[in-house]
Design a protein around this ligand. Sequence first.
Ligand SMILES: Nc1nc2c(c(=O)[nH]1)N[C@H]1C(S)=C(S)[C@@H](COP(=O)(O)OP(=O)(O)OC[C@H]3O[C@@H](n4cnc5c(=O)[nH]c(N)nc54)[C@H](O)[C@@H]3O)O[C@H]1N2
Ligand SMILES: Nc1nc2c(c(=O)[nH]1)N[C@H]1C(S)=C(S)[C@@H](COP(=O)(O)OP(=O)(O)OC[C@H]3O[C@@H](n4cnc5c(=O)[nH]c(N)nc54)[C@H](O)[C@@H]3O)O[C@H]1N2
Ligand code: SF4
Ligand SMILES: [Mo]
Length: 864
Amino acid sequence: MTKICTTCPYCGVGCGIKAEITGDREVIIKGDEEHPANFGRLCSKGTHLAETVSLEGRLLYPEIGGERVEWANALDLVAKRLADTVREHGPDSVAFYVSGQLLTEDYYVANKLMKGFIGSANIDTNSRLCMASAVAAHVRAFGEDVVPCSYDDLEAADLILLVGSNTAWCHPVIWQRIEKARSERGTKLVVIDPRRTETAECADLHLPIALDGDVVLFNALLAEMMTRGLLDEDYLRDHVDTPAGFWNRLTDDPAAAGIDRGLFDKLADLVAAHPKMVTLFSQGANQSVGGTDKGNAIINLHLATGRIGKPGMGPFSITGQPNAMGGREVGGLSSMLAAHMGFSDAECEAVQLYWNSPTIARQPGRKAVDMFRDVHDGKIKAIWVMATNPAVSMPDADYVREALNRCDFVVVSDVITETDTTAYADVKLPALAWGEKDGTVTNSERLISRQRPLFAPPGEAKADWWIVQEVARRMGFDDAFSFDGPAAVFREYAAQTGFRNDGQRKLDISEWADTSDREYDDWVPKAWGGVSPFAEGKFTSSDGKARLVAVVPPASELVDRALPLRLNTGRYRDQWHTMTRTGLSPRLSQHRREALVEIHPDDAEDRSIEDGTLARIMTPQGNSIFRVQLTDAQRKGEMFVPMHWTDQMSGGGRANRLPDQTVDPVSGQPAYKNSSCNIAAVELEWRAFLVSSNRPALPALLYWTSARIAGGWLTEMASEGNIDVDGLLPDGDRLEAVDLKRGMRRIAVRDSGGRLAAALFVTRNGQLPSREWIAAQLVSDEQADAPSLLAARPKVAGPDKGAILCVCFNVGVKQIVGAIAEQSLTSLEDVGTALNAGTNCGSCRPALAKLLAETLEPKLEAAE
Ligand SMILES: Nc1nc2c(c(=O)[nH]1)N[C@H]1C(S)=C(S)[C@@H](COP(=O)(O)OP(=O)(O)OC[C@H]3O[C@@H](n4cnc5c(=O)[nH]c(N)nc54)[C@H](O)[C@@H]3O)O[C@H]1N2
Ligand SMILES: Nc1nc2c(c(=O)[nH]1)N[C@H]1C(S)=C(S)[C@@H](COP(=O)(O)OP(=O)(O)OC[C@H]3O[C@@H](n4cnc5c(=O)[nH]c(N)nc54)[C@H](O)[C@@H]3O)O[C@H]1N2
Ligand code: SF4
Ligand SMILES: [Mo]
């Protein structure tokens, strides 16, 4: 069997994978034990990749206006429309909106075409929504966008602060490495997050900070370190430039961050006692109106205490997407030119000379939110979207939809036919997906790894770099776009990082510029900048010093009485972004089948909202309906919803109808995590669920959401008026019962072989039965009898597993609680031995630990 080393397509941890091809688009996925990012570990998403490589829903042929066309026709049209638009309206009338899910080679070619040959810097990436604040903070502090740490630092640290990072869910293999450090060297863990996430549950200390309280908190922490005499005066003198008045402007009261003195002192004691400290930060820091300032507040603390550039120390911004870092390197952000160069005359000249290009962008282009404003206002007349789904993921997404709707010419390169964004495309271009594409990605620790093809290209799908190159050639730029493969692109990029560099920029991989095709194929992961780019205390500024940046907390908004609550948004453990891939996996869909709004019980009670019902969140931009989950893990006055659900998966809970277009003034990154809003119960006349082997065609409903289950779909619905039962159900042998006592109608449809094809349960005011057993009948080997199907439970009740917690071994909460009691289990290891739960990918270990503690607690209390 062929085993191929490649890299996971999901998060920026960048785990190495060993893939064994077992058949036509069949693969066994294992962690690559030699890969330095993960040493064999994988999380639930990486582990279940094999379930997502089918060709279901794939875009396999180019389309113009929804009709299949030849590649040549599609490419000719794109090239002509771009060229015509530039000729008539100038270079800034066109734009590319690209993605951290492109490979470095794709990014490089797209950036070269836009900035060097079209002559505009209107290419921006979804990393603007993701990392832009960290990039800006790095540039302000270090003079260059360089991440000072490596994952090894996590294992060498005595204290790890997580700021706005739900690491256990979003960077699970980093989490596993943190767990290792904790068990092996007793590393202390602090989580700074308004919510008590699973990550926070596991911490030594959780600070439930008020939304956007981070600058206040880190300023106070720095002031406290100064008071305690813990600043590193030598480091400050030799390596850091401190602006006048910096120290006087620090305020030392954490109360404005919602943190009381006692808790703050605990944090300060930990920080004081552990010089080997890493501060890991992600979206709770970046996605804020003060995101860049948060990054600098964190970096200030590290610089001033000399906790940077040494093993086990440093401010560590972790990347979200698999190649967010690669995009930052080549110039995927409109605010950078290429290879970490900006827009000074010398840099523009260097880039133009290197590319031998007819023109060069001389100033930054539009950042994502402004880019779509220009599209909306008709200033940008043609946009090409690659590998991102802005109709879902941009803030105020309905405005973005309107912009796409108005735009004269929209091209979308994607791997999926029907996405919320391809719905607006004039031209759809089929790209190679993970498992087919070939190139490099850079992870959070600057490690460059290969993604390698596992399968032959399906249909007529093509590599993203090839598609851009073909358009460039048709625009008349043959000479500069004659790459014969990704290795050739890599060589040109690698050489560019060394061009007119002279050690000015840390990003210099020109030593790899003569990598042969063969060496590129055999590439083993290598990090640019080494393990610790600032080990010598030399930064990328003219005087070689880093800078402290004076930062003040963002001014608090006046509270609108109609919108007194704050909305926070983010991610679920087992879904990826807009669900185009993870939404295909029944296992990954088990963890959360619906989008929930998490709300504090007091806020819910004030509004007569009950647990498990549906409620509508309202902002000036729009409204969305979510299933309610009451939880005291949420601060009072704040709510949380996931970003993932799209029009393809739900008619209710689309998060990005809600936030406005507020961005960080320095980085342009949207403030997704703190929107004014309110919430109200929704009046519904009926509720239903449908289990079906085929995806149902749904009428307009107030609320619906469909989730993948083994053998089919589970659809939850609720609305007003009457339900059109016949429209929802397939033909077949129909069983039906009306249960007046429970106010419920139950219908099951069996196919000609007697197997369940669909089951529908509708109620006006009763309780719907549990979904688990009836859903399992779609793939059951035994044919259930009619009464069981209509009752949605077997005649003889089998053990009820409860909600599935471990998706790898399909182990449920009730099973675990039962085993803990019956077999006197006391540790995660015991649970693993008894039930296998938590022993494969480990993503459920934080949840298991919590369940174990909750189950054991009453026992322990009784024993006391
Ligand atoms: N499962 C999964 N993993 C992923 C992804 C995914 O879609 N699914 N996406 C990847 C990508 S692209 C990214 S960018 C990363 C994101 O990874 P994370 O940043 O960990 O994810 P989020 O859930 O967006 O936000 C993290 C936390 O920030 C908290 N937060 C909100 N506001 C504040 C604040 O003002 N201060 C502080 N201190 N905290 C705050 C939220 O409550 C939330 O728990 O995940 C990557 N990994
Ligand atoms: N409310 C809220 N919104 C958010 C966030 C949040 O925390 N809260 N987080 C933001 C962040 S950090 C991010 S990174 C974004 C992510 O948001 P998006 O980038 O919009 O999300 P994805 O679902 O990853 O979209 C990727 C698209 O590219 C396609 N695709 C996959 N692989 C390829 C490929 O190789 N080539 C091509 N051409 N297409 C491909 C997929 O089918 C999919 O349509 O969302 C942002 N939006
Ligand atoms: S942590 Fe999980 S999602 Fe992220 S790269 Fe590793 S296996 Fe993939
Ligand atoms: Mo991201």
